[in-house]
Design a protein. Structure first.
Length: 65
C-alpha cells in the first residue's frame, strides 16, 4: 500500500515568492520614507530670483536666500 505524500507548505517557490514580496515592500517603504525625509529637510521658500522683474507676480515662493 502506498501512502500519499502531503506537499510541503513552505516549498522553495513559495519561500522565494514571499522573500521577493518582502524585499519589494521594504524598497517601497524605504523610498517613501526617504521622500518624506527629503521633503521635510528642503527649504521650499528659498528660490532663486529671476532676472526679469515682470514675472515677479508669477513666482511660487518669495526669494529669501
Amino acid at each position: 500500500m502506498t501512502t500519499l505524500s502531503q506537499p510541503r507548505f513552505w516549498s522553495r517557490p513559495r519561500l522565494l515568492a514571499l522573500g521577493g514580496t518582502a524585499l519589494l515592500l521594504l524598497v517601497f517603504f524605504g523610498a517613501n520614507a526617504h521622500l518624506i525625509a527629503v521633503s521635510f529637510a528642503s527649504k521650499p521658500d528659498c528660490v532663486l530670483q529671476s532676472p526679469t522683474e515682470g514675472a515677479a507676480a508669477l513666482r511660487a515662493a518669495k526669494p529669501s536666500c
